[in-house]
Write a protein that binds this ligand. Structure first.
Ligand SMILES: Nc1ncnc2c1ncn2[C@@H]1O[C@H](COP(=O)(O)OP(=O)(O)OP(=O)(O)O)[C@@H](O)[C@H]1O
Ligand SMILES: [Mg+2]
Length: 268
């Protein structure tokens, strides 16, 4: 483990012109599974329209953090704020309406349903007109899904299913989008398409928290990043600064794309 750097574990200071509360603020978050403390009091922010990456090796606690933020596992300690308001008491199903949506690891599209019905499910909290506009927006971002709209989602390629999972999340017009390993298991050319898509979503202004083992690509699209190791944030800063840092490169960029990840990431 590399030593925490100066300012490493504290959230970045808000820009002077931006005194609004962060879009997402995680404060001393703890997540435990029985005796296993998966996340040990981490704090970080995602500001409006920011793309923040959370990187780190297998078992670091990245998915646990996302699951606790979206209330899929209990918050054992600390708090999570959305635009300044605590969501600690808000149940998971009510979060999309508040603007917070998770694209979980492993895509989870409804394989028997058509692409169109998967997208409609993503917008079930919204009315007819929003639905039509949402579909147009989704098809604008993902032209391939328009072509495949009548096809059963289970028959899409892995990359297309990932696009669909993200498009479905976008149907509820999230203000904060959390993504857990969107590139996992995809062939390199498809990984590039997914990251191109993340860039376009970022340009559209949605705030994003991106969990990735592909740290190199995550740092290439992110504004800022936090490095999680064994439940602790061990470094943070502007993504470009972290990407150029020798210790980060040695510990998380070169190693993070080596065998452990390759073994989990069979191209589809
Ligand atoms: N449901 C669970 N029950 C018990 N322990 C769990 C559970 N889920 C995760 N853990 C443990 O919590 C720790 C963090 O796991 P987590 O899945 O959050 O890591 P991660 O950073 O997402 O890893 P990966 O990169 O492999 O997805 C690991 O030690 C893991 O074994
Ligand atoms: Mg994970």
């Amino acid at each position: 483990m590399i030593p925490p750097r100066a300012g490493g574990a504290s959230p970045a200071a808000p820009r002077p012109e931006d005194r609004r509360p962060p879009a997402l603020s995680v404060e001393r978050l703890d997540v435990s599974y029985g005796p296993v403390r998966a996340v040990a009091g981490i704090s970080f922010d995602v500001h409006a329209s920011e793309l923040v990456a959370l990187i780190g090796p297998n078992g670091a606690g990245k998915s646990s953090a996302l699951r606790a933020i979206t209330r899929l596992v209990p918050i054992a300690g600390g708090d999570v704020r959305l635009f300044g308001s605590s969501i600690r008491q808000v149940p998971a199903h009510a979060l999309p309406r508040r603007g917070l949506v998770l694209v979980p690891e492993g895509r989870h599209v409804f394989g028997e349903l058509s692409v169109l019905d998967n997208l409609r499910l993503g917008a079930h909290t919204r009315g007819g007109r929003d639905m039509a506009e949402g579909l147009e927006r989704a098809f604008g971002l993902f032209p391939i899904l328009r072509e495949r709209r009548r096809q059963a989602a289970g028959t899409l390629s892995g990359g297309e299913q990932q696009m669909l999972a993200i498009a479905r999340a976008m149907m509820s017009q999230p203000k904060v989008l959390l993504l857990d390993e969107p590139s996992l298991g995809l062939a390199p050319v498809v990984v590039k398409q997914v990251f191109d898509l993340l860039r376009r979503l970022h340009a559209s202004g949605v705030s994003m928290l991106l969990v990735e083992q592909n740290a190199r690509m995550a740092l290439a699209v992110a504004d800022r990043a936090y490095v999680l190791q064994a439940g602790h944030i061990v470094a943070s800063g502007p993504a470009a600064v972290l990407a150029a840092d020798d210790a980060i490169r040695r510990h998380y960029l070169d190693v993070a794309t080596a065998p452990a990840v390759a073994a989990r990431s069979q191209p589809v």
